[in-house]
Design a protein around this ligand. Structure first.
Ligand code: FE2
Length: 151
C-alpha cells in the first residue's frame, strides 16, 4: 500500500490557524524556505517550508505520538510545516526519499497521489510511502504538517 488515508485521524483541542503560524514565526528561530514559486512577480503564490516545528510547544505532544507510532527504531525525525496563502497555490510534483506522514492543520489541501485525489482538512492524515510521486494543491490558504523519518 503506497498511500494510507485517514480522514479525521487527529482531533485538536484548538486548531492551528494563521495567527498561531505568525506567532510561531516570531517566537522561534526556525529554518524556513520558499520551496516552490511559480512566478517571481507573485511571491505569495509560493509554498513555504518551515523545519524543526517539533521544537514549537504546540507540536511537541503530537511529535512524540508520531514517533511512538511510526518510529520504533528512534531514527532521526523532523516535523515540517508547509504553508501557502492563496487559493490554488500548488507544490511541484515530486517524490520523497523517506515515507512522509502528513496531516492538515488549516484550510483545504488536495494531495494528488498516483492520479488519486485526497482532501486534507484539519486533523486528516495521509501517509505517502517513499518514492511515490505526489503533488499538493492548496484549494484555500492552508497549513500542513509533515513528519519525516530519516534512516
Ligand atoms: Fe513530499
Amino acid at each position: 500500500m503506497r498511500v494510507s488515508y485517514k480522514p479525521g485521524f487527529f482531533k485538536f483541542e484548538k486548531n492551528f490557524d494563521f495567527n498561531d503560524f505568525f506567532k510561531m514565526i516570531n517566537d522561534y528561530s526556525l529554518p524556513s524556505y520558499n520551496t516552490w514559486q511559480e512566478n517571481s512577480q507573485d511571491v505569495f503564490n509560493s509554498v513555504f517550508t518551515i523545519d524543526d516545528a517539533h521544537k514549537v510547544n504546540y507540536f511537541k505532544e503530537i511529535f512524540n505520538i508520531l514517533n511512538q507510532k511510526f518510529n520504533p527504531n528512534n531514527s532521526r525525525s523532523n516535523l515540517h510545516i508547509f504553508v501557502s496563502f492563496k487559493n490554488g497555490t500548488k507544490g511541484k510534483l515530486h517524490s520523497d526519499e523517506e515515507d512522509v506522514y502528513i496531516f492538515g492543520l488549516h484550510g483545504h489541501t488536495c494531495y494528488m497521489v498516483e492520479n488519486q485525489e485526497y482532501m486534507i482538512t484539519p486533523g486528516d492524515f495521509i501517509c505517502i510511502k517513499k518514492n511515490t510521486p505526489h503533488q499538493a494543491i492548496g484549494l484555500t490558504p492552508r497549513i500542513i504538517a509533515s513528519f519525516g523519518i530519516y534512516s
